[in-house]
Design a protein around this ligand. Sequence first.
Ligand SMILES: [Zn+2]
Length: 236
Amino acid sequence: MSPSSRHWLPSLAAVTTLAFLAAGVAVKQELPPVTAASEPITPSSDVDPTGPLMLVTKDLPLPDGYVPADLVHPNVPSASPGAAPLLNAATAAAAEAMFAAARADGVAITLVSGYRSFTTQAIIREGHTSALGAEAAEAVSARPGHSEHQTGWAMDIGDGSGTCSMTACFADQPAAAWAAANAHLFGFIIRYPPGAEHITGYVYEPWHLRYVGVGPATEIAARGITLEEYLGSVAG
Ligand SMILES: [Zn+2]
């Protein structure tokens, strides 16, 4: 999908209307297939564009100037001094429940990163580009306006030790193993799973969790699929 095609598919009714207007005459109701297997996967047109199933990717930017309306500091251990990073209210509540459950299991999880503004993401991306070069930066960080962190629905976790922080070996740390096994119970998915870079555009990030709601998260975990594949399968 090109960047010029906007974030969400128009409704089928709108597609039909557009076809009618373009033809200038009554046209047969020939609707395009919702999702052809060979085409990019797009979300259902009735997915709330700012809700827990919102899709933000390298091809699907956020609306210009998007800032979540309900950012709060969750009451969870933070990786940095001071209040924990911001999340939107639903994600914050889910994070509080998840971190507490992990702690009850003897597993420490800290919140490393939550909401990031467009400007903050631009600074981070510039840092990656300077350190790694443009091509490598593309695989590990989002361009500003394309980060899930700007939605308030995403967070990066750590374990407070700094071991393997934000690197692939974090997957073997207790916090990541616990999250991989249990995050769906609280509505979170491992958004960029291993072996899915061709779908998500990102290398494996065992620390990046995305809130989608318990039902979708449970199905995504059970089927071992990505959010893109889940939205493609429910589109229509
Ligand atoms: Zn992240």
